[in-house]
Ligand binder design. Structure first.
Ligand SMILES: Cc1cc2nc3c(=O)[nH]c(=O)nc-3n(C[C@H](O)[C@H](O)[C@H](O)COP(=O)(O)OP(=O)(O)OC[C@H]3O[C@@H](n4cnc5c(N)ncnc54)[C@H](O)[C@@H]3O)c2cc1C
Length: 557
């Protein structure tokens, strides 16, 4: 009898051919393929870090690193409140990939570079490193950022700083849940938000009682709760609580100095729509041991030293997210054919892709400029002003631009962009987070108003920098004049705040792009963001711009 099966197998196989699909976007160097990043790093003073940036760029875009990002998000962190014997342990279990990414970040000083190296440009170099690693996986960036940002607040007390700063800035990642004295590397988290209020931390109800003496570096006990506590496996947390003299800032270790478990108890992990690899917990403080940092009653000002830096990292993180979304879209459209032509060659798609690239380049230009301001703020007053005002402006604008950018990039991939098997789905869910935490959009706008009213010199320094581009682009000049006029009016400032902050952001981004000297990019940016051609979606670039050149600059084929 003749066997029919081989014939029918062949027929089935012939119905299914994989074609017109792009190759996986992997094994690319996130530094060397990013002209805007390389130029910004050089321009802002980080060129000495080339070798490290190239090495880390190679790792971040490697197949292996991208796989780690998938794994870290696929397996959610798990809360383990008690051990087998019933002892309270308050542990969080992570996939080994998460630990690997943490280890890589810490080994490459993403948490410490500006604090351990007094070279000029360390904030710039670190920002570039962070910008690349967040593209591989964003969630683990949370504890890295908090550890980095916590250092100025830890330094408010010399005794605490002596014990903690060397461990927090060390380039050894030690995830073990054990007393800090026995660890060579520690990480830091932050607890401000409570159930009744997050933006308005003055409503914090957690109580702090001095165990003995009152004062900085002295021991207190905290009783209360925190509604959001990200990276709850950190070795210590900067927290706000009400002491006798008002809201104060504390360092709450996971273990007490005598080696016993500190009653900082994890109630549950939040079930988040994005930022999945990063655990965020609800906690109770049942008489948790803490050291006061700085004066009692100065808590908000003291923790803001940390918050200013976490906000800066939100700008860099969102700029990185837009970079990754842009290259995903460009890569797909370079390989996908529809209606007989590559998508990247279709005029309408060119307009969208080039526009996405403009947004990404403007974001990294602003982020890296802020990094230089951080590097110079110790010596130059006007740079302090750029940090003060520019961080709030950038946090508002760059983070707020990210979700819609992610969505447009996703649409460039068509239906495949919606699939959980592409990076786009994860990026889309991650995109709103930077705007919401660390002071949501409106809170940033109110902060800008506060600076304008209380520190008018900051606004002047900021505008002086914007005006360095005067005379190079007609649209920019008239936008800047209009913005100046709007800023002069004190009428209903809160109601108009978003409009003013958007204006400040766009004016600075345009000014930076004009001064970086790529006219294709700056002219197109001014036309689409500042001029009559500006609109609410991507792909509205007027006729006459070289989209091919903008796309090619964004991501070398
Ligand atoms: C994934 C994730 C992780 C987090 N991790 C931490 C953490 O580790 N530690 C921590 O302390 N917090 C953390 N948070 C909390 C976060 O910082 C707060 O959610 C945020 O600050 C907003 O506070 P809220 O949720 O209480 O909102 P609310 O303060 O209730 O604000 C709600 C909205 O009102 C707006 N608003 C507030 N005041 C005004 C006003 N005067 N005028 C106009 N609009 C206003 C805000 O901008 C916001 O859009 C995390 C949040 C998320 C999403």
């Amino acid at each position: 009898m003749v066997n029919q099966y081989p014939l029918s197998d062949k027929l089935h196989a012939d119905t299914y051919t994989v074609e017109n699909q792009p190759p996986a976007l992997q094994d690319i160097n996130y530094y060397l393929s990013d002209t805007a990043l390389m130029e910004a790093t050089q321009r802002e003073g980080g060129s000495w870090a080339q070798e490290k940036l190239q090495r880390c760029g190679g790792f971040c875009g490697s197949t292996a690193a991208i796989k780690l990002g998938w794994q870290a998000n696929h397996t959610k962190p798990e809360l383990i409140t008690h051990d087998h014997y019933g002892n309270r342990i308050d542990e969080v279990g992570y996939h080994p990939a998460y630990h690997y990414l943490m280890k890589h970040a810490i080994k490459n000083q993403l948490h410490s570079l500006p604090w351990i190296d007094d070279k000029k440009g360390t904030h710039v170099a670190r920002a570039a490193l962070n910008y690349m690693q967040t593209q591989t996986e964003a969630g683990h960036g949370c504890p890295i950022t908090m550890s980095f940002a916590g250092i100025p607040t830890l330094r408010l007390d010399s005794k605490v700083a002596k014990d903690w700063v060397p461990k927090v800035t060390n380039d050894i990642y030690d995830p073990d849940n054990k007393p800090y004295a026995s660890k060579s590397g520690c990480t830091i988290g932050m607890g401000m938000t409570e159930i009744q209020g997050g933006s308005d931390v003055r409503t914090n109800s957690t109580q702090a009682h001095a165990i003995g003496q009152h004062g900085s570096g002295e021991a207190y006990e905290l009783v209360g709760h925190k509604f959001f506590l990200s990276a709850p496996m950190s070795d210590a947390f900067l927290m706000l609580a009400q002491a006798k003299a008002g809201i104060s800032c504390f360092l709450v270790p996971r273990w007490r100095p005598d080696g016993s478990k500190n009653p900082l108890q994890l109630i549950r992990l939040k079930d988040k729509m994005g930022n999945v690899s990063n655990a965020s917990a609800e906690t109770e403080l049942r008489g948790a041991f803490a050291w006061l940092l700085g004066d009692e009653g100065r808590g908000i000002a003291n923790i803001l030293e940390m918050v200013a830096l976490t906000r800066f990292d939100c700008v860099i993180g969102s700029a990185g997210a837009m970079r990754q979304a842009s290259i995903q879209a460009i890569h797909h459209c370079r390989h996908r054919v529809a209606f007989g032509n590559k998508l990247v060659q279709q005029p309408l798609m060119k307009n969208v892709l080039a526009d996405l690239a403009l947004e990404s380049e403007a974001a990294v230009a602003l982020g890296m400029r802020l990094a230089r301001a951080l590097d110079s703020s110790g010596e130059v007053k006007s740079e302090q002003s750029i940090v003060r005002l520019g961080t709030a402006v950038g946090k508002y604008w760059v983070c707020k631009r990210t979700p819609n950018h992610a969505y447009e990039a996703m649409e460039c991939l068509g239906g495949s962009g919606v699939m959980e098997t592409t990076l786009m789905a994860r990026m889309y869910r991650e995109a709103p987070v930077n705007s919401i935490w660390e002071g949501s959009g409106n809170v940033q706008c109110l902060d800008v108003l506060r600076v304008m009213q209380k520190e008018p010199d900051c606004l002047q320094s900021y505008l002086d920098e914007v005006m360095l581009a005067k005379g190079a682009n007609r649209i920019f000049d008239s936008y800047a004049t209009q913005l100046n006029n709007e800023l002069k009016s004190n009428d209903q400032l809160q109601f108009r705040a978003r409009r003013l902050v958007e204006g400040l952001a766009l004016a600075m981004q345009a000014s930076l792009l004009i001064r970086t000297g790529n006219n294709q990019v700056s002219d197109a940016f001014c036309a689409t963001r500042l001029g009559h051609a500006s609109g609410h979606t991507y792909g509205l670039m007027p006729i006459g711009f070289d989209c091919d050149a903008i796309i090619e600059r964004a991501f070398h084929a």
